[in-house]
Write a protein that binds this ligand. Structure first.
Ligand SMILES: CCCCCCCCCCCCCCCCCC(=O)NCCO
Length: 580
């Protein structure tokens, strides 16, 4: 009888061991093969998607060449402000198609420099023709080209937000905001890039690559609506739309020197938009406009707050734009702060607030020091809510995907094995307290009971901040636009703590807008020598400030929930004072 041997084992002697070994080996082999097959499937999907989008851009570029539109005309049209453009479209000085063609050409030029566009809409010409035929010239956005962040659903187009698994799964209908925009005469013409998962303030992903800042292409444009703001800052868009669950309308506005407005959740419709935190109801995403001036934001809000939106999405508050509140010229009491006590912003951000404060005072408003109490609790609640599912939704979507550098730190922190997490939380508490707080909070919730308690804690925090605000009798508050100006590409994940300046108003669900007030100057960078380097985030910002001269610096204006018009009014006052 022959003896079956594996290596030099006699199988008959160890049947159990061999059996278990074969099962484990076979299972591991099948798992590994499956893993590599799934990864290669996703890689092919990415390659295919990139090629399709490149091809769509190429087709548009060829059309632009054929149209023979001069560079001067493109500049002339794209340099007009929104109100100038609107009046020229209305009185017929400019034709809807010419305006569209100018913006298409300018958008491709911006894309060349910053990689801000995912793809143009193939139907843009058709939509423009339909606007000319069916929409009244008196409609607020008649003939205005608009850009959309990639997570706005558009029938027949994928919303991928850097997750390869979402490639080839197109939306079946347009978002409500998209539908209302088109009914008001707007023409969507391009969709813009975002970071993987959109839970990042950088703007890169393995499908479409990194978007760069038009002011300095070695730096981030911010995120997650980074493609939108890079395009606006390069004059490749006049009006864009994005989303904000932690600052995504305001952070890239601050990095690119553009204007962004986050309304109260439920003021504008979220129907037909996409994201990977849909089931998380403690901090919800708000949708809003991005523009080149405050008038652009106001025009967009007015155009959207109409009966059609309330009909298409009856879950939104049916409150039309209150022009009387926006135009009110009563002098206001405005709180200000330049350090939230959680993350120290560099001197340029504090100077931005000082400029805004002086300008608003010169307009007759009263400015008093105030900041949201307990910013550390605000940051903790934010991170726990965002990762309350222990990152499982994202883990599932990213299982076979390539992880982008913009999400790597969040992913790693969320997935650390619990004994190691406990150990690190304990050690870091003494070395880098804010990192320790973040690491503890990002562990999320252990049960539904835990989640309910988190919801109660967030509610109590909102109540406490509102009471404090009201006890100071404030109408509005101004703060730094973010924790820092644009820092080099790939470094934002190392400075995640800087998001406390924007995330707090998502936890609170207060309307907040961002507008440019100044630029980083040589004195700001020289003053960095005293900047604290207490943890990785501060160190990253300090390093990132080298060579930052000339970058935009924004401030935020904030009001209580549903007071959007008052928030925009403060922004308008500040813009007027700055331009005077
Ligand atoms: C606030 C304290 C941070 C401590 C570090 C812990 C890591 C937590 C990671 C949280 C990152 C949040 C970034 C948010 C950026 C903006 C996201 C956004 O608004 N997206 C729009 C989606 O529609």
């Amino acid at each position: 009888m022959t003896t079956l041997t594996i290596w030099d084992w006699e199988v008959e002697k160890y049947p159990l061991q061999v059996g278990v070994g074969v099962i484990i080996g076979g299972w591991t082999f099948v798992k590994l093969v499956n893993y590599f097959l799934q990864r290669s499937k996703l890689k092919s999907a990415r390659v295919r998607k990139r090629a399709e989008c490149k091809q769509a851009k190429q087709v548009l570029e060829d059309q632009i060449k054929q149209r023979n539109i001069s560079k001067e005309v493109v500049e002339e049209i794209t340099n007009l402000s929104l109100s100038e453009l609107q009046s020229k479209l209305k009185d017929g000085t400019l034709d809807v198609l010419d305006v569209l063609h100018a913006y298409q050409a300018k958008a491709l030029e911006c894309d060349e420099k910053t990689n801000c566009i995912i793809e143009p809409f193939k139907e843009a010409e058709e939509w423009a023709a339909s606007v000319k035929e069916n929409v009244s010239k008196d409609s607020p956005l008649f003939g205005v080209p608009v850009s959309l962040k990639e997570n706005y659903g558009v029938e027949g187009y994928d919303s991928v937000y850097g997750m390869s698994v979402l490639i080839g799964k197109p939306s079946h209908e347009d978002s409500v905001i998209g539908q209302v925009l088109r009914s008001q005469g707007a023409i969507p013409y391009v969709r813009t890039n975002v970071p993987q998962t959109m839970i990042s303030w950088d703007c890169s992903n393995p499908v479409f690559g990194a978007t760069k800042n038009p002011h300095d292409t070695t730096r981030t444009p911010g995120g997650s609506s980074g493609g939108e703001c890079a395009l606006l800052a390069g004059q490749g868009s006049i009006l864009g739309f994005g989303s904000d669950i932690g600052g995504s309308l305001r952070i890239p506005s601050n990095m690119c020197g553009t204007y962004g407005f986050k309304p109260t959740v439920g003021r504008l419709s979220a129907k037909g938009t996409h994201g990977c935190t849909k089931g998380q109801q403690i901090v919800r995403a708000a949708y809003g406009p991005l523009a080149r001036d405050v008038d652009g934001l106001v025009t967009a809000m007015k155009a959207l707050l109409v009966p059609l939106m309330f009909k298409l999405d009856p879950t939104v508050n049916p409150l039309p734009f209150r022009t009387e509140v926006f135009e009110d010229n009563r002098k206001l009491k405005i709180g200000w702060y330049d350090n939230d006590g959680w993350f120290t912003p560099p001197p340029c951000m504090q100077r931005g607030v000082a400029i805004a404060k002086a300008k608003l005072e010169a307009m007759g408003h009263t400015l008093v020091p105030w900041k949201p109490p307990n910013a550390t609790l605000g940051a903790e609640l934010y991170v726990r809510a965002m990762f309350s599912d222990k990152c499982e939704t994202i883990n599932e979507m990213l299982r076979y995907d390539t992880l982008d550098v913009c999400f790597m730190i969040q992913y790693t922190m969320a997935n650390i094995y619990w004994p190691l997490r406990r150990f690190l939380v304990f050690i870091l508490h003494y070395l880098m307290p804010s990192l320790s707080t973040g690491l503890k909070a990002i562990a999320g919730c252990d049960s539904a009971y835990d989640f309910w308690n988190l919801a109660v804690a967030a509610e109590d925090y909102r109540k406490m901040v509102i009471e404090d605000w009201q006890s100071h009798d404030l109408d509005a508050v101004i703060s730094p636009g973010f924790g820092c100006p644009a820092i080099p590409l790939k470094t934002p994940a190392l400075a995640t703590s800087a998001v406390s300046y924007t995330t707090i108003f998502n936890v609170l669900n207060f309307p907040a807008g961002s507008l440019p007030v100044t630029k980083v100057n040589a004195a700001d960078t020289a003053n960095m020598k005293d900047y604290p380097t207490i943890d990785l985030a501060h160190k990253t910002v300090k390093k990132g400030m080298v060579g930052a001269e000339g970058l935009p610096v924004n401030v935020q204006c904030i009001t209580l929930p549903w007071h959007e018009e008052q928030c925009l009014r403060v922004m308008k006052d500040l813009e007027t004072a700055l331009k005077a």
